[in-house]
Design a protein around this ligand. Sequence first.
Ligand SMILES: [Zn+2]
Ligand SMILES: [Zn+2]
Length: 438
Amino acid sequence: MGMLERAEAIGKQKPRVPAVRPRAKGERTVCKRRATRETREVTTPPLPQLRETIARTVAEAAPALIALSHDIHSRPELAWNERYAAERTAALLESNGFRLERAVADTPTAFVATSGSGSVTVAFLAEYDALPGIGHGCGHNVIAATGVGAGLALAAVADDLDVTVQVIGTPAEESGGGKIRMLEAGVFDAIAAAFMAHPGREEIAGTVSLGLTDLAVTFHGRESHASAAPEHGRNAADAATITQVAIGLLRQHLRPGQQVHGIVENGGVAPNIVPGETVLHYYLRARTAEALDDLTERVLACFEAGAVGTGCTFSIEEVSARYDALEPDAQLVELYRDELAGVGRSAVPVSREHELPLGSTDMGNLSRVVPSIHPVVAIDTDAYTHQPAFAAASALPGADRAITDAAVALAGTAAAALADPDIRARLVAQLAARTPVA
Ligand SMILES: [Zn+2]
Ligand SMILES: [Zn+2]
């Protein structure tokens, strides 16, 4: 069943009305739902009580969550090929009562796990792809375990909050953009808010990221004997060299926040053959779409310079879809800050958040559509992401603690948002505004 049909089917299910019990002090009415003959009020227990259940659920699940994290960590898989990690994550949710839909969006390593049947649906996201050569140097094993932990915890209070909880497995964050594909396929159509936490060096609540354009340029020259007939060759590697020099010189004149970095993927095959084809793979980044467009235009001119100067031609491929800069939901970020304090952590001040851009993430695209947060949870390491030392730290006790703390804080944030009538109403209204009325 596709997402839309599923959402419809859930919508058609008879609402499960919890037993009415005396209203305790501090309880708030979340909403009124119509049962067959009468109208009953669904009351929400006070937040401290919900938090207690959330913390207890995560504590009970901790051994399984940490085992999941370590398992994924020990078997790193690259973007789109996270078969072990996706199945291991999905299976843990399934064994805890979640309903599983595997291979969503025609993607074998994407899944949606659902628990409860409340009137509002929120999602926790699980990334699990690794990096070529350095394994889980971005610690996505921590993201997966945190997402599962938060999902289990919110599921434990789902009826109290009249919420449907999903944990969504989102492959290919490091390259490819799994969330973008899933967004286009409608996987997030019914989601009122989305939550995930990424491991890092520092604790950041309102993470920002840069927009990213992923380009490969291929220079086409002409092979020839490098000694016997060099005048008959056109050197594609020279085109790459001119491009690298031009980009290097361009750097002085970039705007703050604009970044360019790349690698040579194919620099030729043998010293005695004039390289007939060379590939450069570049990431272009900037804070805004406009600044990214500006940068793209200037870098394309550098590609052209390389080709013109060497008599080569060139072709450009956009390798991954463009990643948008993160736009975290300010109200949800503030709630997260409070929940973080509850687990004994404090995030860097807001003024420092913009000094610590995360790089780029496909969560940026999702955050433009679905109110979202993407905090960074510190894993007690001096290493930076994409360093081998960070990969090692991602399975140490500091990372294990980050999983349970962040799971509690994320689930607590969702609970606080859903228990607050104003925030809940806003999330519902935003969802209604973007979903076509049937
Ligand atoms: Zn990364
Ligand atoms: Zn990452």
